[in-house]
Design a protein. Structure first.
Length: 151
C-alpha cells in the first residue's frame, strides 16, 4: 500500500479525515500525530473535524416523534387515495390491453401475421412476468422477515 505524503505546503490536511476515521496505516497515523503536535494549524483543523464528526453524529432529521410520522403514513386519506390510484391505474391498463388485443384480432387486414405475433409476444411476456412477480410476492409474504419493520 502506498503511503500518502505531506501536502505541498508541508501540512497533513489530506490525512486528517483518514486519521479521525482510523483508516490510516500505523506509519501514517504516527506521522499525523507528530505533525499535529508541532503544527497549530493542523492541530486546530483536526479539532474542528472531530467536533464536526460529533455534531453530525448527534444530528437528527426532524424534531417530530416517530409516532407522528407513522400517523401521517397510516392516515386513512393517504391509504384510500393510494388504493384508488392503484385501482384506476390497473383498471385502465387492463382495459387498454383488452382493447388493443381486440383491435388486433378483429381487423385481420390491417396487420400482418408477424406483427400480430410480435404484439402478442409482448403482451404475453408482460402477462407472464406479472404473474411470476405476483406469485413470488404472495409466497414470500408468508415468511417476509421485514413485514413488521417500522420506518
Amino acid at each position: 500500500m502506498m503511503t500518502k505524503e505531506l501536502n505541498d505546503d508541508g501540512h497533513v490536511g489530506d490525512l486528517l479525515s483518514g486519521y479521525i476515521d482510523n483508516e490510516l496505516t500505523q506509519q501514517e497515523q504516527q506521522r499525523v500525530r507528530l505533525h499535529c503536535d508541532s503544527c497549530p494549524d493542523c492541530s486546530r483543523q483536526m479539532t474542528e473535524l472531530r467536533e464536526m464528526r460529533v455534531r453530525i453524529g448527534a444530528a437528527t432529521l426532524s424534531n417530530r416523534d416517530h409516532d407522528f410520522w407513522r400517523e401521517d403514513m397510516d392516515d386513512m386519506t393517504v391509504k384510500a387515495t393510494r388504493g384508488i390510484g392503484w385501482l384506476l391505474l390497473l383498471g385502465g391498463a387492463i382495459i387498454g390491453a383488452g382493447v388493443g388485443v381486440y383491435e388486433i384480432l378483429s381487423s385481420p387486414s390491417s396487420l400482418s401475421l408477424l406483427e400480430k405475433l410480435v404484439v402478442g409476444g409482448v403482451y404475453g411476456g408482460l402477462l407472464l412476468i406479472f404473474i411470476s412477480v405476483l406469485r413470488q410476492r404472495l409466497v414470500e409474504r408468508k415468511s417476509d422477515r421485514y413485514k413488521d419493520v417500522e420506518i
